[in-house]
Design a protein. Structure first.
Length: 411
């Protein structure tokens, strides 16, 4: 049994069997749910799904320096014959909301002065989640069996280190190495699930991050992500990057600017090529309206592209999820975004134009929009629409439309 998973078991015994009877400990219980209907149409083939996420949490403070957190999820899914869910495939479009019960988070945290150490199953969301995130758009969240160390430096800066032993992916524990005999891919794949479809990826990965936030308008982040994926070694990589954020409100207008640049060595593929990543985003806001533009370029060399296998991919290259992973030719994503808030509504409209890294191959265009209705703190209704149109000369991708209607309740 691995060290962090053994810690998970001992933490369960502590939380549920070692409760302090003196009354000094404080416990907080929470419940939340998210019910949704999803529709996905690709090349004329339509898939439907209905699912519910039910979540219970127990947060305990045992002393000034020691706390624990437990989060249990249960997902129910309907219309099983009308969609594939990423664990089983039946020829219908994939909507990856998988049924099952999952110990989503279980960790203990020790804090002393400017240090904190968190060990166990936990959510890790770094910066905008472009490299490491929780993929929370789906009912089953991505979490990590990990140890994380945070050290506060100067007045408001942080040094962070994460050792990741296992990635608990959105497909859940049922997505093991063997396919069901009823899976349409069973014979073609000799009954074995592809590595990218596994519910767990064993890691020996190290994530280092330094955040410098000592100025009124600027923040710098330096990072080094050394990802060693044992179950999908071709995604292993060493990435070194710099991120800069600038925000200012000199008058009635608000301005923001983000710049990020990284180099990546694809350690899991032959020849281990070094690839580049670049993104720039700028926005201006007035009262409840913001207009922004973004360009992101993921490099490629010898048909090997830049990868971010631990990221929340859905947030970046369009909500239709056609170009979550950069093609072998790399990816150039140019987008504009308009946001408008008028309580209790929020509107978010985006347009993407996709091409290869060098711009010679056009992949397609996409329009996305969100309508969010939040009448009270506990209630959220979301309607999300995505429409990807493949370029006429692009045979690698198909037209895709996605619609998600969800209702969330937090008790």
């Amino acid at each position: 049994m691995t060290g962090i998973r053994a810690l998970l078991i001992s933490s369960v015994a502590f939380v549920f069997g070692g409760v302090d009877n003196s009354g000094a400990a404080e416990h907080s219980v929470g419940f939340s749910s998210r019910i949704r209907i999803a529709d996905l149409e690709t090349n004329g083939n339509s898939g439907e799904a209905a699912s519910g996420l039910f979540r219970a949490t127990l947060e305990s403070s045992w002393s000034d320096s020691f706390e624990s957190f437990v989060q249990l999820d249960h997902v129910e899914s309907a219309y099983q014959n009308h969609h594939s869910n990423g664990v089983r495939f039946n020829g219908e479009p994939e909507i990856p909301d998988v049924s099952g019960t999952d110990l989503n988070q279980l960790f203990a945290r020790f804090t002393y002065e400017d240090w904190s150490v968190t060990a166990g199953r936990q959510v890790i969301e770094l910066d905008n989640q472009r490299f490491v995130g929780s993929v929370s758009v789906w009912q089953n969240q991505q979490t990590f069996d990990a140890v994380s160390i945070n050290k506060k430096v100067f007045s408001n800066s942080h040094l962070q280190y994460f050792y990741v032993e296992n990635a608990n992916r959105i497909f859940g524990d049922e997505a093991n190495e063997r396919l069901s005999r009823r899976d349409e891919n069973f014979e073609a794949l000799n009954g074995m699930r592809p590595a990218l479809g596994l519910g767990d990826h064993q890691h020996d990965s190290h994530l280092l991050r330094a955040e410098f936030n000592e100025w009124d308008y600027s923040k710098f982040v330096l990072y080094s992500y050394l990802i060693d994926n044992k179950d999908a070694p071709f995604t292993s990589n060493d990435s070194l990057g710099l991120r800069y954020e600038f925000k200012i409100k000199p008058d009635q207008f608000r301005y923001r600017f983000e710049l990020e640049n990284a180099l990546q060595r694809r350690t899991g593929v032959e020849d281990k090529p070094t690839l580049s990543y670049f993104s720039v985003e700028g926005g201006v806001a007035y009262q409840s309206v913001e207009l922004s533009a973004r360009r992101e370029r993921m490099g490629s060399k010898n048909n090997v592209a830049f990868v971010t296998p631990l990221a929340t991919l859905h947030d970046f290259h369009g909500w239709a999820d056609v170009l979550n992973v950069a093609p072998a030719q790399g990816l150039d994503d140019q987008s504009i975004k308009l946001k408008w808030r008028k309580t209790p509504f929020k509107f978010d409209v985006r347009y993407h134009r996709f091409a290869s890294e060098n711009g010679r191959e056009k992949f397609g265009e996409e329009i996305d929009f969100d309508i969010i209705y939040k009448p009270a703190k506990k209630h959220v209704v979301l309607l999300r629409f995505a429409d990807f149109k493949a370029s006429k000369n692009n045979d690698a991708h198909e037209d895709v439309k996605r619609v998600i209607l969800s209702y969330s309740y937090n008790f």
